[in-house]
Design a protein around this ligand. Structure first.
Ligand SMILES: C[C@H](O)[C@H](O)[C@H]1CNC2=NC(N)=NC(=O)C2=N1
Length: 114
Protein backbone atom coordinates (compact mmCIF):
# COMPACT_ATOMS: atom_id res chain seq x y z
CA UNK A 1 0.00 0.00 0.00
CA UNK A 2 1.42 3.42 -0.90
CA UNK A 3 2.80 5.05 2.21
CA UNK A 4 3.26 1.79 4.05
CA UNK A 5 0.94 -0.51 6.06
CA UNK A 6 -2.40 0.65 7.41
CA UNK A 7 -2.04 3.40 10.01
CA UNK A 8 1.16 4.65 8.44
CA UNK A 9 -0.35 6.34 5.36
CA UNK A 10 0.32 9.74 6.94
CA UNK A 11 4.00 8.96 7.53
CA UNK A 12 3.43 8.07 11.19
CA UNK A 13 2.38 4.91 13.00
CA UNK A 14 -1.07 5.63 14.50
CA UNK A 15 -0.84 3.23 17.41
CA UNK A 16 -4.39 3.44 18.69
CA UNK A 17 -6.71 3.72 15.69
CA UNK A 18 -8.91 0.65 15.37
CA UNK A 19 -8.68 -0.96 11.92
CA UNK A 20 -11.41 -2.86 10.09
CA UNK A 21 -11.15 -5.99 8.00
CA UNK A 22 -11.10 -3.78 4.91
CA UNK A 23 -8.41 -1.49 6.34
CA UNK A 24 -5.94 -4.36 6.74
CA UNK A 25 -6.80 -6.76 3.89
CA UNK A 26 -4.05 -5.63 1.51
CA UNK A 27 -1.42 -5.30 4.22
CA UNK A 28 -2.05 -8.86 5.45
CA UNK A 29 -1.73 -10.47 2.01
CA UNK A 30 0.84 -13.26 2.15
CA UNK A 31 1.17 -13.16 5.94
CA UNK A 32 -1.20 -16.05 6.66
CA UNK A 33 -3.25 -13.78 8.94
CA UNK A 34 -6.89 -12.78 8.62
CA UNK A 35 -9.03 -10.28 10.52
CA UNK A 36 -11.75 -12.34 12.25
CA UNK A 37 -13.73 -9.28 13.39
CA UNK A 38 -12.02 -8.99 16.76
CA UNK A 39 -8.37 -9.82 16.19
CA UNK A 40 -5.85 -10.96 13.60
CA UNK A 41 -5.36 -14.71 13.63
CA UNK A 42 -3.19 -17.25 11.84
CA UNK A 43 -2.35 -20.91 12.25
CA UNK A 44 0.90 -22.43 11.05
CA UNK A 45 1.85 -26.07 10.70
CA UNK A 46 5.37 -27.25 11.54
CA UNK A 47 7.27 -30.54 11.34
CA UNK A 48 6.88 -31.33 15.04
CA UNK A 49 6.40 -29.79 18.48
CA UNK A 50 10.01 -28.63 18.85
CA UNK A 51 9.84 -26.73 15.55
CA UNK A 52 6.64 -25.02 16.69
CA UNK A 53 8.44 -23.99 19.87
CA UNK A 54 11.43 -22.73 17.84
CA UNK A 55 9.06 -20.60 15.76
CA UNK A 56 7.52 -19.23 18.95
CA UNK A 57 10.98 -18.50 20.35
CA UNK A 58 11.94 -16.41 17.30
CA UNK A 59 8.58 -14.61 17.38
CA UNK A 60 9.00 -13.94 21.09
CA UNK A 61 12.27 -12.08 20.51
CA UNK A 62 10.65 -10.03 17.75
CA UNK A 63 7.59 -9.31 19.89
CA UNK A 64 9.75 -8.04 22.73
CA UNK A 65 11.69 -5.85 20.33
CA UNK A 66 8.39 -4.38 19.04
CA UNK A 67 6.87 -4.31 22.55
CA UNK A 68 3.77 -5.92 21.06
CA UNK A 69 2.88 -9.52 21.84
CA UNK A 70 0.68 -12.28 20.47
CA UNK A 71 -1.63 -14.62 22.30
CA UNK A 72 -0.52 -18.13 21.38
CA UNK A 73 -2.02 -21.62 21.20
CA UNK A 74 0.68 -24.25 20.80
CA UNK A 75 0.32 -27.92 19.88
CA UNK A 76 2.07 -30.80 18.19
CA UNK A 77 3.11 -29.52 14.74
CA UNK A 78 0.92 -26.44 14.99
CA UNK A 79 0.90 -22.94 16.45
CA UNK A 80 -1.82 -20.30 16.36
CA UNK A 81 -1.08 -16.59 16.84
CA UNK A 82 -3.84 -14.18 17.79
CA UNK A 83 -3.07 -10.46 17.67
CA UNK A 84 -5.03 -7.74 19.45
CA UNK A 85 -3.95 -4.39 20.87
CA UNK A 86 -5.05 -5.05 24.43
CA UNK A 87 -4.75 -1.39 25.43
CA UNK A 88 -7.47 -0.36 22.95
CA UNK A 89 -9.28 -3.69 22.68
CA UNK A 90 -9.00 -4.12 18.95
CA UNK A 91 -6.82 -4.37 15.87
CA UNK A 92 -4.37 -1.51 15.26
CA UNK A 93 -1.36 -0.90 13.02
CA UNK A 94 0.78 -2.51 15.74
CA UNK A 95 -1.01 -5.80 15.15
CA UNK A 96 -0.60 -5.49 11.37
CA UNK A 97 3.13 -4.84 11.76
CA UNK A 98 3.59 -7.85 14.06
CA UNK A 99 1.45 -10.07 11.78
CA UNK A 100 3.65 -9.21 8.80
CA UNK A 101 6.80 -10.04 10.77
CA UNK A 102 5.37 -13.31 12.08
CA UNK A 103 4.41 -14.29 8.53
CA UNK A 104 7.97 -13.58 7.35
CA UNK A 105 9.52 -15.56 10.23
CA UNK A 106 7.15 -18.50 9.68
CA UNK A 107 8.01 -18.55 5.99
CA UNK A 108 11.76 -18.38 6.74
CA UNK A 109 11.37 -21.39 9.06
CA UNK A 110 9.36 -23.44 6.57
CA UNK A 111 6.08 -23.34 8.51
CA UNK A 112 2.97 -23.83 6.36
CA UNK A 113 -0.10 -21.63 6.71
CA UNK A 114 -3.26 -23.33 7.91
C1 LIG B 1 3.80 -1.99 29.23
C2 LIG B 1 3.86 -2.53 27.82
O1 LIG B 1 4.36 -1.55 26.95
C3 LIG B 1 2.44 -2.86 27.34
O2 LIG B 1 1.81 -3.72 28.26
C4 LIG B 1 2.43 -3.53 25.96
C5 LIG B 1 3.08 -4.90 25.95
N1 LIG B 1 2.63 -5.72 24.80
C6 LIG B 1 1.40 -5.56 24.27
N2 LIG B 1 0.92 -6.44 23.39
C7 LIG B 1 -0.33 -6.35 22.89
N3 LIG B 1 -0.79 -7.27 22.01
N4 LIG B 1 -1.14 -5.34 23.28
C8 LIG B 1 -0.76 -4.39 24.14
O3 LIG B 1 -1.54 -3.46 24.47
C9 LIG B 1 0.59 -4.45 24.68
N5 LIG B 1 1.06 -3.54 25.53
Amino acid sequence: MAGGPAGEQHGRMDRHTLLSREDVATDLEGSGFRHDGERLTAEFRTADFASAVRLLDTVAVEADSMNHHPDVHLGWGRIEFDLLSHDVGGVTARDVALARRIGEIASEQGAAVG
